[in-house]
Structures are given as structure tokens and as C-alpha cells.
Write a protein that binds this ligand. Structure first.
Ligand code: 6PG
Length: 262
């Protein structure tokens, strides 16, 4: 991987891989996806991943659509879900799935039946959450919990991840795999996978870039544990790998980095 800068061991909070900038962050995310998909296909004959919303994964999508990257994934054996979604139609510019479909999934040979957006046309939103659980069951079969090969996540500057926002009941959900609820401060409905599903994954990769995320990343990794205040801290795969792909700007306040450099 080019422009690799540093790697920090945050023990149970994960392994932190620091790269130079936004471009190399997108490359690191794409390489993580390529490796996880290849490994899953070699071991189980198919790969199931969940993508994140937000701006950071969009750059990864742009890379995956290029000739250089497209041929490095066996799209015919890949299933794609999303960690969370906004309550808007697929055609809407803010729709996470729609964005990924337009950016790269439309340009690769992935069977349409293996692309699993939330059904945001179903009313009420809870029905769409139940329907998404059905889609998960269809793909994962009788497994007690869906075990994704890779889940990509982002973090918001308020500490949210997927659509688990500070103070939301969803952070402590133990039973449902998918929730739909109104995020008060956004006055918007969001759908999200819940912690039991996130934490059942074989690998979770946070992708965090830019100086605007430095403070929250420091809180998540160096701060006390308070999942209601900082929901990204709830992500701790029970039997899987947790990696943070971050750029230098986002890593600026990390204490372990400061200690190592001192
Ligand atoms: C969403 C997300 C959300 C996102 C973070 C970071 O749909 O909003 O899933 O959790 O990943 O807000 O977004 P950026 O990568 O744009 O900073």
C-alpha cells in the first residue's frame, strides 16, 4: 500500500492504520475490500459485505469503478448490503445505496439480486427494517446472527456510526438486527444495522478522514467508554477483527501516536 504512514495497536479498540491523505485512504479501503472478498470467496465460496454512507466511501467507489480495480474483485460472488440508510428513495442524492450504485455498482458485473438496498418505499419505516432483516436471513440462512465478511463504517463528528446516534435506544438494542427510528436532531428517519449484527462480523473497518474528525477519533480511541455518548465505541466485534483506516489529519490527536513520536 502506498503512502502508508504508521500503525498503532489500540488492543480491544482495534488496530489503527494511518495513511497520508484522502486519496490513500480510499486506496486503503479498496485494498481492504479486495482482500476480504478474496479471502471469503476462497474459504466460503462467496463474500458478503456492508458498505457505509457518507463522503469517504464514495472515493473508494470511484476507485473501484476504474479499470485498474474493477477486475480485482469477483463480483459474481459478492453480496452487498449497507450499514445504514436515510429514509429517501434510491434515486435521491442522499441515499447511501443509490450513491454507491451510481458510483460503481452499475459499472461492475454484480448480479442485481446480490445488491441489497433498504426498501425505503415501504411504509412505515419499521416495515422496511423488518424487510431488511428478511433480506439478511435469505442470504445468511439459518445462521443465528448474520456474520458479514466485512462491514465498512464511518464516524460522524458527534461520535455516531452507521445510524446509531448519541442517546438512541438503538445503541443498546439486543434483539432486532435492523432498526428504523427518527433521529431527533436531524428530524429525519434513519435505518441502521444494530450492534449485535455489527459485532458479529468477521471484520469491521472504520474509514475516517480529515482534520474535522481528529477530536472525535481521539474521544473514541483514547477516551473513557461511554457508548450512549459515543456510539462508535459500541463496535467491538466479539470474534472478529477491528481496523481503523485513518488519514494523518484525523489521527493528529491520538495519544498513542503522540507517545510514540515523543
Ligand atoms: C451516513 C453514515 C454515517 C457516516 C458518517 C461519516 O449515512 O451518514 O452512514 O455514519 O458514515 O457520518 O460520514 P463522512 O464519511 O461523510 O464523514
Amino acid at each position: 500500500m502506498s503512502d502508508y504512514v504508521d500503525e498503532l495497536d489500540y488492543e480491544e479498540r482495534g488496530r489503527v492504520v494511518i495513511v497520508a491523505d484522502a486519496r490513500t485512504l480510499a486506496e486503503a479501503a479498496a485494498e481492504t475490500l479486495i482482500a476480504a472478498v478474496a479471502e471469503a470467496i476462497a474459504e466460503r465460496g462467496r463474500a458478503v459485505v456492508a458498505l457505509a454512507g457518507g463522503s469517504t466511501p464514495q472515493r473508494m467507489g470511484e476507485l473501484l469503478a476504474t479499470d485498474e480495480y474493477r477486475g480485482r474483485i469477483d463480483w459474481s460472488r459478492l453480496h452487498v448490503f449497507w450499514g445504514d440508510e436515510r429514509w429517501v428513495p434510491l434515486e435521491h442524492p442522499e441515499c447511501n445505496a443509490g450513491e454507491a450504485i451510481r458510483t460503481f455498482l452499475d459499472d461492475v458485473d454484480i448480479p442485481a439480486a446480490q445488491v441489497h438496498p433498504y426498501h425505503t418505499h415501504l411504509e412505515p419505516p419499521r416495515a422496511a427494517a423488518r424487510q431488511y432483516e428478511e433480506q439478511l436471513r435469505e442470504v445468511f440462512g439459518a445462521e443465528a446472527l448474520p456474520r458479514f465478511d466485512l462491514i465498512f463504517l464511518g464516524v460522524g463528528d458527534d461520535g455516531h456510526t452507521a445510524s446509531l446516534f448519541p442517546g438512541a435506544d438503538a445503541i443498546n438494542e439486543k434483539h432486532d438486527w435492523v432498526v428504523a427510528y427518527e433521529v431527533q436532531k436531524l428530524s429525519a428517519i434513519r435505518l441502521s444495522l444494530t450492534p449485535p449484527v455489527l459485532n458479529a462480523a468477521r471484520r469491521v473497518a472504520f474509514v475516517v478522514g480529515g482534520g474535522g474528525k481528529a477530536h472525535v477519533l481521539h474521544t473514541i480511541l483514547d477516551g473513557g467508554l461511554d457508548v450512549d455518548e459515543t456510539p462508535a465505541q459500541v463496535v467491538r466485534p466479539a470474534n472478529g477483527e477491528l481496523v481503523w483506516l485513518v488519514d494523518v489529519a484525523a489521527a493528529e490527536l491520538l495519544e498513542r501516536r503522540a507517545v510514540e513520536e515523543a
